[in-house]
Design a protein around this ligand. Structure first.
Ligand SMILES: NC(=O)C1=CN([C@@H]2O[C@H](COP(=O)(O)OP(=O)(O)OC[C@H]3O[C@@H](n4cnc5c(N)ncnc54)[C@H](O)[C@@H]3O)[C@@H](O)[C@H]2O)C=CC1
Ligand SMILES: O=C(O)[C@@H]1CCC=N1
Length: 275
């Protein structure tokens, strides 16, 4: 990709996941800069990934900077207050990974229409297997969209949305999704242990089953439903297990995604109250 200067605001879990994925894609450490108040967090990233580390306060940014906001949603008013002059005076592209906070809220906080893209990545980005949804405001140019596409496609698959309201759904599905899959793994493991299987074998079997099935589904032109039928012999073990899952799983998925998307909208409302 073209020489970009990538500036992270925040040095937590998501910044770490993205930086890890970027470094594996040979984005040089010197072109990544991390700002956070805690020397512990940013120092650890500097040591592990060779990125540059700075305190929280803003400074003049190099040309071609992409600023990735990776601190908490509720901190955005205070942090943008600190960064406002820097962001308004330069030509930086601002990418927010904050759940819920709308691009209109971001430009309102900055008091100016700078280029803003929202991104919703997820933690598998740390091994290049992320899923990121992107939304660009109308004033973001094609070359800026290309830049963001290159950054996030380096750490996984990228999906653009044209309706910003659906970012809350994408957050509920893919941003939060790794936690659901991990809970599913834990539940399968615990259930097998309850039947007597030792924990190490139960964990390894659950993991390989989910991994192998996801890889098979990704490699196959068949739909998940078609592949599922290939496993399900009439009157067999799978049919017996599936009957139990079917009672609850779809309504549960709907409720879980609704709750997560609603939380995204609530985070955005909270910001309105604080702003
Ligand atoms: N964790 C995840 O799986 C995902 C998180 N996100 C979003 O990423 C953002 C960060 O989430 P996490 O990394 O999980 O949180 P975290 O709590 O791990 O990290 C937050 C970071 O912000 C830093 N920070 C606090 N005050 C600051 C300031 N004044 N200036 C600069 N940095 C400051 C903290 O030092 C910390 O490094 C959130 O907005 C979240 O919605 C988005 C997708 C997935
Ligand atoms: O739980 C959260 O709010 C963040 C956004 C998506 C994943 N983690």
């Amino acid at each position: 990709m073209t020489e970009q200067h990538i500036v992270f605001i925040g040095a937590g879990n998501m910044a770490r996941a993205l930086i890890s994925g970027m470094r594996q894609r040979d984005i040089p450490g010197e072109s990544i800069q991390v700002h956070a108040p805690s020397t512990l967090h940013r120092g650890a990233l500097a040591e592990e990934f060779g990125v540059r580390s700075r305190p929280a306060q803003a400074e003049k940014l190099p040309e071609n900077s992409v600023v990735i906001y990776a601190a908490k949603p509720k901190q955005m008013p205070a942090i943008l207050q600190e960064w406002g002059d820097t962001l308004r005076s330069g030509s930086a592209l601002f990418v927010s990974v904050a759940a819920g906070v709308s691009s209109t809220q971001i430009t309102a906080l900055l008091g100016e229409e700078i280029s803003v893209v929202r991104a919703m990545p997820n933690t598998p980005s740390q091994i290049g297997a992320g899923a990121t949804t992107l939304f660009a405001r109308a004033n973001v140019g094609a070359s800026q969209c290309d830049t963001v596409q290159q950054i996030f496609s380096g750490v996984g698959k990228v999906f653009w949305l044209h309706d910003e309201a659906l970012m809350d759904t994408a957050t509920a599905l893919a941003g939060s999704g790794p936690a659901y899959v991990l809970l599913f793994l834990e539940a399968l493991e615990d259930a097998a242990v309850l039947q007597g299987l030792d924990r190490i074998t139960a964990r390894a079997l659950a993991l390989q089953t989910v991994l192998g099935t996801a890889q098979m589904a990704a490699a196959s032109p068949a739909s998940p439903s078609e592949l599922r039928h290939q496993v399900t012999s009439p009157g067999g073990t799978t049919a017996a297990g599936l009957a139990v899952w079917e009672e609850q799983l779809r309504p549960l998925a709907q409720r879980a995604l609704a709750a997560a998307a609603e939380r995204g909208r609530a985070l955005s409302q909270l910001l309105k109250k604080d702003a």
